[in-house]
Design a protein around this ligand. Structure first.
Ligand SMILES: [Zn+2]
Ligand SMILES: [Zn+2]
Ligand SMILES: [Zn+2]
Ligand SMILES: [Zn+2]
Length: 417
């Protein structure tokens, strides 16, 4: 490999925050698995794949999580890899309530070498913040047919070759000189997430992804700003919020995702044995112990008790994990419950190349704690959400390819009609 390629590879795998030690393992640049992945958890005989854990850190300063730095991040607004051809229309909305989806997280997970179409590769997850919609989504999982299922959770895969229209083929220098090669699509002034295709009829300046966000912006101050913008054309740009400075209520709090390897079960004593289960409870958006006990009581089946105990043991090794990632051939998701797992037949094939999907990552309930989601009856909650992606990471014409998410909820989560 020529030196410049080595340099690029070296930089890509480490933290984007240049004042940190280069001690974060990379998401894998490994050859694609050769055979289909076995989704069945029952066989514990084979060697376990090494799991990478996503942990959250508040960004040390602004500007570290921008798209030309290829971040992995949670909350805030997405750093779109392809900034021009964003998902739009129905793709950006909840299939149940029709509202624009909230950005959950994105993972920079390139595959392959300098020649690969997946030299840059990022997975983006979005979700409707309504628990009612998540219930309906989970319910429809079991009746879902291939085609056009309604979803309240969506995952998109975007990938670019090293040489592309949006970014330098040289690695970012992290010295404030890095810039994308071109501006992206104009974004919604309310959510900063989706394309701002709709323009305010009065000022003809403010842009929105949806009528809902236009109405929210209007009520929260644009009503006054709009007049001001009409009357003074010079002031107009300063009145609109910079996209990227999204009102906190329009998004979840922003974090940088750092990656760590999961410890072996032998080494979990370093976390402090007696505090493990307690810290898990604390992290699960501060659910009290008695609520945890009530879940346990509900899991009458031995299978669920065993599954839950195993789930707890794995999480207790690093209680703050919000994400588990492994794209190895023998990788398996970690299920909280034995009920509510998909069979092989429940996992569709790739909607683009028709090839198989394989497990790539899952998000954990601890994410809700970091997002400040309250523990109320109709608050968002999940046991885990598992994401399956195209095994071949196919490269079709569409920039954002929708992948498949499987939602596992706690059986005691309240259900509403
Ligand atoms: Zn919804
Ligand atoms: Zn919007
Ligand atoms: Zn206006
Ligand atoms: Zn595919």
């Amino acid at each position: 490999m020529e030196p410049s390629a080595d340099k690029l590879r070296g930089l890509r795998i480490t933290s984007l925050d240049d004042d940190e030690e280069d001690d974060e393992p990379e998401l894998p640049h490994q050859p694609l698995p050769a055979a289909a992945v076995d989704y069945d958890d029952d066989d514990d005989e084979e060697e376990e794949a090494e799991v990478m854990l996503g942990l959250l850190e508040e960004p040390k300063r602004p500007g570290l999580l921008l798209r030309h730095l290829f971040p992995s991040k949670a909350g805030g607004i997405p750093a779109w890899l392809d900034p021009a051809n964003l998902p739009s229309g129905n793709s950006s909305c909840c299939g149940f309530c029709g509202e624009p989806l909230h950005f959950v997280l994105q993972i920079y997970a390139p595959i392959g070498d300098n020649e690969a179409a997946t030299f840059h590769r990022t997975l983006f997850m979005f979700m409707c913040p309504s628990m009612e919609c998540l219930h309906r989504d989970q319910h429809e999982q079991w009746t879902r047919k291939q085609g056009n299922p309604r979803r309240s959770v969506k995952v998109f895969r975007c990938q670019l070759p090293r040489s592309n229209a949006f970014y330098s083929s040289e690695p970012p220098k992290h010295n404030n000189s890095d810039k994308p090669l071109c501006a992206g699509a104009a974004l919604c002034h309310w959510c900063g997430t989706w394309k701002g295709d709709k323009i305010c009829g009065s000022c003809k300046k403010s842009r929105y992804c949806s009528e809902k966000h236009q109405a929210l912006h209007w009520r929260s101050g644009h009503k006054n700003d709009c007049l001001q913008m009409i009357n003074s054309s010079e002031a107009s740009s300063s009145v609109l919020p910079a996209v990227g400075k999204v009102p906190a209520r329009a998004s979840w709090p922003e974090y940088k995702i750092t990656i760590d390897y999961e410890a072996d079960s032998d080494s979990d004593s370093c976390d402090g044995d007696e505090s493990n289960s307690k810290s898990l409870v604390m992290q699960k958006h501060s659910k009290p112990d008695d609520l945890m006990q009530s879940w346990m009581d509900q899991f009458e089946a031995d299978a669920d008790n065993q599954c839950w105990a195993y789930f707890q043991e794995r999480i207790s090794r690093t209680p703050t994990q919000v994400l588990r990632y492994c794209r190895e051939q023998n990788a398996k998701p970690l299920w909280a419950l034995s009920a509510g797992r998909p069979s092989n037949a429940d996992i569709p094939s790739c909607g683009y190349c028709k090839g198989p999907l394989c497990y790539e990552f899952q998000i954990m309930p601890q994410l809700l704690y970091f997002f400040g989601v309250k523990n109320e009856p109709d608050s968002l909650d999940w046991a885990t959400i598992v994401v399956y992606t195209c095994q071949g990471s196919c490269d079709q014409n569409i920039s954002y390819k929708e992948e498949f998410a499987w939602v596992q909820l706690y059986p005691t989560a309240p259900s509403r009609p």
